[in-house]
Design a protein around this ligand. Structure first.
Ligand SMILES: Cc1cc2nc3c(=O)[nH]c(=O)nc-3n(C[C@H](O)[C@H](O)[C@H](O)COP(=O)(O)OP(=O)(O)OC[C@H]3O[C@@H](n4cnc5c(N)ncnc54)[C@H](O)[C@@H]3O)c2cc1C
Length: 583
């Protein structure tokens, strides 16, 4: 399946909304420069096109397998993984002192997007290494850091995130896997985990499981959970993978997409684990990893949406149906207004979400690298606010855009020849894993909005207002600035409503609608910024046109969304659970 990275769009963002120059100016980036980063991105685009993309169809067709206790990935995966690890693609984010390249988050996010657009099932093998390294770097002992960070960097070990159990999905506090402390300070972990991505495979000799489990003294609920590193193979005296640890893949899920990525039921039988941080602080510490993974789900989503959009853009000029050209032939379907509306809808969400994703990654770099501590803290809180918007907004966009790509291909999209329907199947899980989108809405309203009585939200609103003011006088953006001003006021009204009812049934009932309004405002803000940048460039008019489209077709719903967010729980309470039953 062919793949081409949207390098023009990426370069535009790196010149304008998320300037690479300001990232490279950070003291933490002294070892790198813009030329080198551009070269990394161009090389990533080639790797995506030449190595990852050819795996996409075979990944879907062959899938991962579990035979005689061994999990194998689709043909071509092991060779491609070995090449990528050897070429340094597993070490982009890792610290220099542990053999990594310590490149900015922005670069990691871009590379994740490109590899995902080419073959997201393959990208799953690379997904968890850097988030696992983050949690280890932040919370593990020096000994564990020295042992594991180099292995994650050179790709000799991949990583997993191991939370879910049959009875513990969104409600992590229900986890039952036990961790019994031993005399030598290690722990024996016993229990069953499900849906573990890359829980076993044939890509690397070692797998480092980052596991949430409960110690016997642990309080009930999420406060009693602790975090452990559990290697697939115990290390010998020289730190090399030795005897098998007590953890194995008991079965693989058969699923609608991501077929090349093994999703495993993992059984732990007194498996040796090493505590990360303190007992009882496991879930809090794991957020270092989960936040990184939520950003990565945004990158996966933008990657797949962008690949689907490109396929549709190629097809609509080629396929002729209806009407009559000057020479009497049917017209390319792009001539039909509804097709163009669909293409514009696909583009405003794909490019708008990419801009928002990079904005969060850019602020993550600022949060980590700025020496002005107040500015760094503001960036950190802004990232916290944007993460649920990106995880939920980009995942929904990916599914919608993939579905629209099928629609534009007609029956040729529904059958598998063009590879478009695979995007829809692969993308569907983005809204489910790493915290289902309803959980993102709860996080946004109950935690992110209420922080310091709405301070982060006010900062977000102030940034948008400043950009609206800066765009005043630009005749091309009159509709956009008016619609965004109005939408921001609607969001402020809904925010005040939520802040007045913290953690109430009314707030829970309205949270997903509130989140949709916040997503629309955030993406609208991105379009205002994109349309305001590089006004003299040949692409400026097309960007302004898409900004107007976003105002006319998306922001137009803001009043209705705000009203729905503030409806409260009464109507839903009337629909009591006993009334919503199957026939
Ligand atoms: C392909 C795939 C890969 C995965 N990889 C991993 C992995 O590597 N590691 C791992 O630990 N897990 C993994 N998971 C598990 C995934 O994180 C969970 O499926 C997800 O967290 C949802 O849990 P659940 O499936 O039990 O759904 P449930 O928690 O049962 O939720 C079902 C639905 O109920 C609603 N809901 C539930 N609780 C609430 C609430 N409080 N408020 C509002 N609505 C609510 C939501 O609509 C939700 O979608 C993976 C899953 C899949 C399918």
């Amino acid at each position: 399946m062919s793949y081409e990275a949207p390098l023009g769009e990426i370069a535009f963002l790196l010149r304008t909304l998320t300037p690479l120059a300001s990232v490279c100016a950070l003291p933490s980036c002294a070892h790198t420069d813009a030329d080198m980063i551009h070269a990394v991105i161009e090389q990533a685009a080639k790797v995506a096109r030449d190595i990852a993309a050819p795996l996409n169809a075979v990944s879907d067709r062959e899938g991962a397998r579990l035979e005689n206790g061994r999990v194998t990935t689709p043909p071509g995966f092991p060779k491609a993984y070995a090449q990528l690890a050897a070429d340094g693609w597993t070490s982009l984010a890792a610290p220099l002192e542990h053999g990594g390249q310590a490149l900015p988050q922005l670069v990691n996010t871009i590379v994740a997007e490109l590899f995902s657009g080419a073959c997201v099932a393959f990208q799953m093998a690379l997904l968890t290494g850097s988030p696992a390294a983050k949690v280890i770097a932040a919370h593990a002992s020096q000994e564990l850091k020295n042992l594991w960070l180099p292995q994650l960097a050179d790709g000799s070990s991949t990583a997993t995130i191991v939370i879910t159990e049959p009875q513990a999905g969104s409600d992590v506090g229900l986890v039952r896997t036990r961790a019994q402390r031993r005399e030598d300070g290690t722990y024996g972990l016993t229990g069953t985990k499900i849906f573990i991505s890359q829980g076993d495979h044939d890509l690397a000799e070692q797998i480092l499981h980052v596991v949430i489990a409960r110690t016997p003294e642990g309080a009930p609920g999420s406060r009693g959970l602790s975090l452990f590193l559990v290697p697939k193979r115990l290390l010998d005296n020289e730190g090399r993978p030795g005897a098998a640890n007590g953890v194995r893949a008991a079965r693989l899920e058969h699923k609608m997409g991501l077929k090349g990525s093994p999703t495993c039921e993992m059984v732990f039988e007194d498996a040796t684990g090493y505590l990360v941080g303190k007992e009882g602080e496991g879930l809090r510490n794991l957020f270092a990893m989960m936040n990184a993974m939520r950003l990565d789900v945004g990158a996966q989503s933008v990657g797949v949406a962008s690949a689907a959009l490109r396929k549709a853009l190629l097809y609509v000029h080629d396929r002729r149906q209806g009407g009559a050209d000057a020479d009497g032939k049917p017209v390319p379907i792009v001539r039909h207004p509804d097709v163009r509306r669909t293409l514009m809808a696909m583009r405003v969400w794909t490019d708008g979400m990419r801009a928002l994703l990079y904005t969060a990654a850019w602020h993550e770099d600022m949060a980590q690298g700025l020496t002005d501590r107040e500015a760094a803290a503001r960036s950190m809180h802004l990232v916290g606010w944007l993460l649920p918007l990106i995880k939920a907004g980009a995942s929904e966009a990916a599914s919608t855009v993939a579905s629209q790509a099928i629609q534009l291909h007609g029956g040729h999209g529904y059958v598998s020849d063009h590879g478009v329907e695979q995007y829809a199947r692969d993308a569907r899980v983005f809204a489910i894993y790493e915290g289902a989108n309803a959980i993102q809405a709860n996080d946004l309203v109950m935690r992110k909005l209420t922080r310091a009585e709405g301070e982060t939200f006010r900062h977000f609103a102030a940034l948008i207002r400043a950009d609206i003011e800066a765009a005043a006088g630009d005749g091309r953006l009159v509709e956009m600035t008016a619609a965004l001003t109005h939408s921001l006021e609607a969001l402020e009204q809904a925010s005040a409503y939520m802040l007045a009812r913290p953690a109430s049934a009314d707030a829970h009932a309205g949270a997903p609608i509130y989140m949709q309004l916040a997503i629309n405002v955030a993406v609208g803000w991105m379009w205002l910024k994109m349309a305001s940048a590089e006004r003299e460039s040949p692409d400026a008019d097309l960007r302004a046109l898409h900004a107007r489209f976003f105002a006319a077709h998306v922001l137009v719903d803001s009043d209705a969304l705000a009203r729905r967010a503030m409806l409260g729980a009464a109507l839903l309470d009337e629909a009591a659970p006993e009334r919503l039953v199957a026939w």
